[in-house]
Design a protein around this ligand. Sequence first.
Ligand code: NAI
Length: 426
Amino acid sequence: MTASPISDRLSDVEGQVEDGRSKIDWAFEHMPIVQSLRADFEADQPFDGYTIGMALHVEAKTAALVEALAAGGAEIAITGCNPLSTHDDVSAALDDHDAITSYAEHGVDEAGYYDAIEAVIAQEPDVTVDDGGDLVFRIHQEHPDLIDSIIGGSEETTTGVHRLRSMDADGALEYPVFAVNDTPMKRLFDNVHGTGEASLSSIAMTTNLSWAGKTVVVAGYGQCGRGVAKKAAGQNASVVVTEIDPRQALEAHMEGYEVLPMAEASAKGDVFITVTGNRDVITPDHVEQMQDGAILANAGHFDIEIDLEGLSEVAVGETEVRDGIREYTLEDGRRINVLAEGRLVNLASPVSLGHPVEVMDQSFGIQAVSVRELVTNGEAYGAGVHEVPDELDREVAEIKLRAEGIEIDELTDIQREYLASWEHGT
Ligand code: NAI
């Protein structure tokens, strides 16, 4: 595969490839699942002759996954899934690999973002790996001629899976895609702990402000929201939750958090973190209630959870007060601070590193076995969204337990028989 013009430019920056290389090596060293799968792939070459097209956050942990697939014989074309989350040094280091072409560049505009998606599609992938669904959607919209030759895909995040399920329900999804997000090994760790830890640390590093004593409003108490709320409470913040689902709201209440509509929470919060996968969760009407100095951050996939256009309309001034913090001044002088342009704060803030390495080891372990399942067994899956087979999720969990030196019990024959029977009662 030829080098990409984007990364030709990136590679020209002195030390870029080396910097990216050391970031990738550090991550890989702490990813026992990806290490173990990579060793298997090197031996078995399951991806020999296949091209994998990817649109993921291009940073060090992702690169460890990409290199593991390349070690298994794949040709890979990759770009970002968010204009602000790419680490250029990692992108350049990936592109330096003979079997990998990276088109990802930090800070591209919308046209540049979609040009890079198109460049990946132009490599005619056999398998797609997405985070948010842009690659699958673009292929269906602009390149339906390629669909017949695509074995399948895998999708990383909640919003991408929602989008694919909507396509599926409309009969518009024409190849199989694994919902990696929905596996226990992904959502119970990446969404909960990863988003919780990474969002809070990115906000703290971007603002240099303390959590203790603050009121933190968490919008959305799903997988990610419960992690954000738990970690904020653990840092001595008072947590307020907003929800639209009565069961999630009750769960938050029983966990001890105050639950309020956003119209009321907006007057109380010092820091607001949206993580709903929905749009217009914070609007100018809410901002109207907010205290001077309120901080708004989004950890949901797209930059539509905070209505920034609406905020710009009611603001009389806007200025970048610190790297990654945009201050909007309201008519009465109150200032509202928005982090990372309302894009997912744990990846798009200038200091962000994304989720902790151990968490992404699990998520990318599932991605790796999903891609392996597609190339070895793809004909078993029809068009549509598929659960990742449970035995693959268990395989990844077992590798992790071995790496952690944790042993667990095994079912006895009598226990197995009991669990499978219906005759035993009181
Ligand atoms: P989820 O479906 O488990 O939770 C979303 C929650 O938001 C639900 O409980 C829903 O009832 C609630 N909600 C929806 N509209 C709302 C509104 N207007 N106000 C208040 N609550 C509302 O989804 P999950 O897994 O928590 O993901 C949420 C978002 O975070 C998605 O966009 C997902 O793609 C993204 N995500 C981000 C990550 C990151 O690195 N920042 C990592 C994983 C997921």
